[in-house]
Design a protein around this ligand. Sequence first.
Ligand SMILES: [Zn+2]
Ligand SMILES: [Zn+2]
Length: 167
Amino acid sequence: MIAALTEREVEMLQAAQTLRDGIDSGELHLIPQQPDETDDTGSTGVEGRLLRRWALFRERDPKLRRLKIQKVQRSGRPLQCEVCSFNFADTYGSLGEDYIEVHHVTPLHISGTRETKLDDLACLCANCHRMCHRSRSGESWRTPEALRAMIRRSTPDTPHAASASAS
Ligand SMILES: [Zn+2]
Ligand SMILES: [Zn+2]
């Protein structure tokens, strides 16, 4: 309990420092508000919204995105979600070819401002990406690995197709 509180405090101090860096560099002011930023729980503070905006802005760096996608393709692995294996091309045909969302595994307020390496990035589908960033009380983000564990826990043993045909 105390350890968790201390950890939270460290996280908040790091977040504050990251925000100061962003304001000092002017980078934060250049980022437009995201249309989906209003939190449905109303519990997300200003810092949370700013940090999320900044993280998403960084993730949209076209060069990083391209390099990450190229790295996966050169490795011979399919370009698919690292959490749920969703493959845009399989579902949307040529429209989804070469498409994936690129996500910072560790958010900026933990890693601090630093140069992003390709290994810091994960390929995610749009749904899993949102779920990694979604905040809820006491929890502001989760890694793709943690999200994968949550999916396994909540998926019933019987496949969806079987329960759908039974109803
Ligand atoms: Zn996914
Ligand atoms: Zn992300």
